[in-house]
Ligand binder design. Structure first.
Ligand SMILES: NC(=O)c1ccc[n+]([C@@H]2O[C@H](COP(=O)([O-])OP(=O)(O)OC[C@H]3O[C@@H](n4cnc5c(N)ncnc54)[C@H](OP(=O)(O)O)[C@@H]3O)[C@@H](O)[C@H]2O)c1
Length: 284
């Protein structure tokens, strides 16, 4: 959300990590605790709520489905109800994993017009949350980003943090050659939100995707080249090689038709990786 700081008065919420807030002011909020939204936000009024908090790791959601439902579905429902009572615009950050990625004989390339078809518990919670937002809020936007990459905080278990951590330690990593996504440079999320707000978009689902469809392995090849790691540290593997991996489709790549209509141009992977390198070697 750093990209929104210059144009908006921002307040952020945090669960366990106030130190990584992008906003000048922070409010503690536990979406898993009933009543916490009303208590934490009492007396506050916001024009816009951007709801990005979630249990985000698909494997963790698969292992703790009740916890994931509590945070991702009930937590979203409570926040959406609160936003509706304030007459705030509610922007919900969903995911590309609302799709099954199994389009027979076709590449992913899901558009906003495709029906959702989640296969993981994580994806299912996000679909239920999308429905809650549309049901509760008179003014909403659902934004579905693809797999994100950026300079990490060192606190989350994101794909690039994992990649950096292993490669830095000289450990080889296996990367799926048969899972395709439209990798998105994370600062593009804030830029897209700014575009959506300036265009006055309301009550629409929008996809947000990087410009290229790449396998994780192909992304890894670009990554090691930019950061100067030896190519021999990355190895191509298949989704089938991992047993305890939450179900995910082979190709959840997105097409961001609506944002393209709005003139939004996402950052290329080459530019994103270069910017990430300039910002700091990928971790704190
Ligand atoms: N990362 C991706 O590739 C990707 C792709 C598509 C969509 N998304 C979506 O984008 C959003 C942000 O993802 P991310 O990768 O930045 O996630 P992340 O690093 O895992 O961060 C999750 C955030 O949710 C907060 N949170 C978790 N449980 C909470 C709770 N019980 N109460 C209040 N806050 C809680 C965390 O706060 P604390 O750290 O302070 O606890 C943290 O700020 C999510 O909605 C995710 O579904 C992510």
């Amino acid at each position: 959300m750093h990209g929104l700081r210059e144009s908006f008065d921002l307040t952020g919420t945090y669960g366990a990590h106030p130190q990584v807030l992008a906003a000048p002011e922070g409010v503690a909020l536990d979406l898993a605790a009933p009543g916490s939204v009303e208590t934490a936000l009492a007396g506050r009024v916001y024009d816009v709520i951007v709801h990005a908090a979630a249990m985000t790791h698909p494997d963790a959601c698969e292992k703790d489905p009740d916890g994931a439902t509590r945070i991702n579905v009930r937590g979203t429902d409570a926040l959406a109800r609160w936003a509706a009572a304030q007459d705030s615009l509610f922007i919900f950050i969903s995911t590309d994993l609302v799709f099954d990625g199994r389009r027979d004989g076709r590449r992913g390339g899901y558009t906003e017009r495709d029906p959702v078809s989640p296969v993981s518990h994580y994806g299912k919670t996000k679909v239920l949350a999308e429905e809650a937002v549309q049901r509760r809020c008179p003014r909403w936007v659902i934004l579905r980003p693809s797999l994100l990459y950026a300079r990490g905080t060192g606190l989350s278990h994101s794909f690039v943090d994992w990649l950096h951590g292993n490669l830095n330690a000289g450990k080889p990593v296996g990367l799926f050659q048969d899972q395709f996504r439209t990798f998105l440079y994370a600062p593009d999320v804030a830029a897209a939100i700014a575009r959506i707000l300036s265009a006055g978009v309301v009550n629409e689902v929008l996809h947000l995707a990087g410009p290229e469809r790449l396998s994780r392995y192909a992304f890894g090849e670009r990554f090691v080249d930019v950061f100067g790691y030896p190519r021999k540290l990355i190895r191509a593997i298949s989704i089938k090689d991992l047993d305890d991996y939450a179900p995910r489709g082979h190709d959840c790549s997105l097409q961001a038709e609506r944002l393209a209509d709005l003139g939004f141009v996402p950052t290329s992977v080459q530019q994103g990786l270069a910017a990430m390198k300039t910002a700091g070697e990928g971790g704190v």
